[in-house]
Design a protein around this ligand. Structure first.
Ligand code: 3PG
Length: 412
């Protein structure tokens, strides 16, 4: 059956001004502002290259970080990275809408690519509203007036009902980009059949998205949830372990402590199914790795990884699984001394006989860093969107693509 949305196969983009929403939200070094992983940029570069080769005037919209977070930075380095990957110039304007943008878009020649400023710098962007409400805002009105077509390429941001994701499909012909197409076709397959034992690795820092997902997985019969990263720390805390002020401060800063009670209840309701670390690695004052049993906590130093005993236990469990979903690194893998837990458990997944799926920007960056990505059966750059799709939720961006296909089926 044909997919319920339009793609590049359905349009002629030559000479047209095409607005493309990608998701190149990347890990950024908070001190230098340098991009630490270009995985998402590389993927979306393929869609942008195709559009450019077809003679479109390509205007790229993307976000980076969340307001208030250290990675909420301008997109200048993203433009430079994209240009390096594409091997062709990428123009950049440090505004989302305004005179500079209008001029830059109007002066684009076929094949040229322009990246606009971090779209979340615009006050209308990161606000959840309906597509028609967003379509009335300045951001969508002004940019749509400059364009002929909208391409939604960021599956990983399709769960956000934000202006740049859902607004344009109301007013412009809208199609799915290549990354969106690829993600959607695989997502359909992986949600159909899950062989048991079914294991899920839950780590990373975006725990707030994970809580509902944990409940969902447990209700759908996941055999074991192996936890690490901030998810693991929070579960330890919820089970009554005093982590120490340094680790608590990290959870508090990310507003994760509000999930404590719920996490505690999940642990009680599912004895034996949710695995928490039995030892951890903390970052000592001189930056070195010091392993401690959980019974030796609290520590004045922050927990940065799972410990060796936990690694061995998780590796054993992974070896017996038939299906494994990997969501989030198990520690601060970006720092060599704390990459061990993530590396060894991910390696065991890659080498196992199980059908393995990895999701989320940081997970994929870690896999690429360790050279393991090719050994997974499927790697999705989406984190939150992946979780919501697997849970059977409708993603606002995907719904817009479907609605646009209906609206514009008479001709683009
Ligand atoms: C992601 O990294 O999951 C997407 O870029 C969405 O980012 P967000 O969770 O800040 O909306």
């Amino acid at each position: 059956m044909r997919q319920p949305y339009l793609t590049l196969e359905d349009v002629n983009v030559s000479g047209k001004t095409v607005l493309v929403r990608v998701d190149i939200n990347s890990p950024v070094d908070p001190e230098t502002g340098k991009i630490q992983s270009d995985t998402r940029i590389r993927l979306h570069a393929k869609t942008l290259k195709e559009l450019s080769d077809l003679g479109a005037k390509v205007v790229v919209l993307a976000h980076q970080g969340r307001r208030g977070d250290p990675d909420f930075v301008p997109l200048r380095s993203h433009a430079e990275t994209l240009a390096r990957i594409l091997g062709r110039p990428v123009k950049y304007v440090d505004e989302v809408v305004g005179e500079k943008v209008s001029e830059a878009v109007r002066s684009l020649k076929p094949g040229e690519i322009l990246l606009l400023e971090n779209v979340r710098f615009h006050p209308e962007e990161a606000v959840s509203k309906s597509p028609s409400e967003h379509a009335q805002g300045e951001l969508v009105r002004k940019l749509a007036a400059l364009a002929d077509l909208f391409v939604l390429d960021g599956f990983s941001v399709a769960h956000r009902s934000h202006a740049s994701v859902v607004g344009f499909s109301e007013v412009l012909p809208t199609i799915a980009g290549r990354v969106m197409e690829a993600e959607l076709s695989v997502m359909e397959k992986i949600t159909k059949e899950v062989k048991k034992p079914f294991i899920c690795l839950l780590g990373g820092s975006k725990v707030e998205k994970g809580s509902e997902f944990v409940e969902f997985l447990l209700s759908k019969g996941v055999d074991k949830l192996l936890t690490g990263g901030l998810a693991g720390n929070l579960l330890l805390y919820a089970s009554g372990v005093n982590l120490g002020e340094a680790s608590l401060a990290i959870l508090r800063k990310r507003k994760l402590l509000e999930h404590t009670q719920w996490m505690g209840e999940v642990l009680k309701r599912n004895p034996g199914r949710v695995e928490v670390p039995s030892d951890v690695a903390v970052k000592a004052e001189d930056g070195s790795r010091v392993e401690l049993k959980v019974s030796e906590l609290p520590s004045p130093h922050p927990i940065y990884d799972i410990g060796s005993e936990t690694i061995n236990r998780y590796v054993e469990i992974v070896r017996g699984a038939e299906t494994i979903f990997v969501m989030g690194p198990l520690g601060v893998y970006e720092e060599e001394a704390f990459a061990k837990g993530t590396l060894e458990v991910f390696k065991a997944v890659a080498e196992s006989k199980a059908f393995s799926v990895a999701s989320g920007g940081h997970t994929v960056s870690a896999l690429r860093m360790f050279g393991l990505a090719e050994k997974f059966d499927y790697v999705s750059i989406a984190g939150g969107a992946f979780l919501e799709y697997v849970m059977g939720k409708k993603l606002p961006g995907v719904e817009c693509l479907k609605a646009a296909a209906e609206r514009f089926k008479g001709g683009l």
